[in-house]
Ligand binder design. Structure first.
Ligand code: HEM
Length: 138
């Protein structure tokens, strides 16, 4: 396999015709020229994203693993981002924001408090009853 090229957005944007068609998906560059006629989703959608970041369009469709494998065979380079270039349209895989989920910790503290207070009440109730019984026997 030939070495991957490092291209900028400006370089990719030049490949925007049916005869010379690049697109960017997840910051990787694909030469989809030969694939245009084979695309089950039609050539129109591919021409729409020619020379651009098509990550969102590609992911929105929910392409199969097979489609992703096809994509791998079309890889020609990686994207070199310059300052001022558009940001990635979707988060990179694995860069999902951590969910702020403290609910379980809150429940844990609540449970401890419940047991402590409940235990305390039970203890004093027991002491009270013992004292009552002792008073009755006296
Ligand atoms: C550039 C790389 C792409 C490859 C290798 C690719 C590959 C495929 C493949 C193999 C299918 C058949 C179904 C499947 O296996 O998921 C498919 C379907 C489809 N693709 Fe793509 N695709 C690409 C880009 C796009 C883009 C940018 C769009 C933009 C909207 C798109 C829209 C669709 C649609 C709408 C279908 C469904 C067709 C149908 O079921 O009637 N594809 N694509």
């Amino acid at each position: 396999m030939s070495a991957l090229k490092e291209l900028t957005y400006q370089d990719v944007a030049e490949h925007n015709t049916k005869k010379d068609l690049y697109c960017v998906i997840h910051d990787k560059i694909y030469d989809i020229t030969k694939f245009v006629d084979e695309h089950p989703g039609g050539e129109e959608v591919l021409l729409d994203v020619a020379g651009q970041d098509s990550t969102e369009a590609f992911e929105d469709v929910g392409h199969s693993d097979e489609a992703r494998e096809t994509l791998d065979t079309l890889l020609v380079g990686t994207l070199k981002r310059n300052p001022g270039d558009p940001k990635p349209k979707t988060p990179q895989p694995g860069a999902v924001a951590p969910a702020a989920n403290n609910d379980s910790a809150g429940l844990g503290v609540g449970l401890y408090a419940f047991l402590l207070i409940g235990g305390g009440i039970a203890y004093y109730a027991y002491q009270y009853l013992q004292a009552q019984q002792a008073a009755q026997q006296a």
